[in-house]
Design a protein. Sequence first.
Length: 190
Amino acid sequence: MKVLLLKDVYKLGRAGDVKRVADGYGRNFLLPQRLAVLATPGALRQVETIRAHANARRAELNTEMGAVAEKLANLSVVFASKAGETGKLYGSITTQMIAEAIEQKTGLKIERRQVDTEPIRTLGEHKARVRLTVDLTPEIHILVHREGEAPAAAAEPKAEAPAPAAEPKAETPAPAAPEAEPEAAPQPAE
């Protein structure tokens, strides 16, 4: 079935686009929700007005949500979770949990459907996108650490890794002394 989109539909298209969709999707979702109409010749004559209204609405939404996007762009959320020795979580961090954490931290009401990520099942740093509008999708940082450990401790080993590497370089003369010992060992063998 061919439909003319009246509103922006996630993963389908923008308002004013003519799309071919499955009959059931169009009949059971798009048409009843008034997201689209059948692409008849009469409806196709209104494409330009639909696009103009949608562009004005989209611009208005983008200006309203611009401040929200700036808040979310620098946001990092921390979760403590039980995990196995390999770093695999015993559960998962879901989009609902992420949305609740964003609401607690910023006071902004975000629905779980707006958080665009797969469930997180491993320790470490992850990223997720929050779909505010079609054009505004700020990225947030998610840190998952083992329960009982400090979240900073989970991030610090990466920063400390170069420092211990520098210390063994300073200790390289010490292994030179053991090299002298093997020379001493062959002398008694002679």
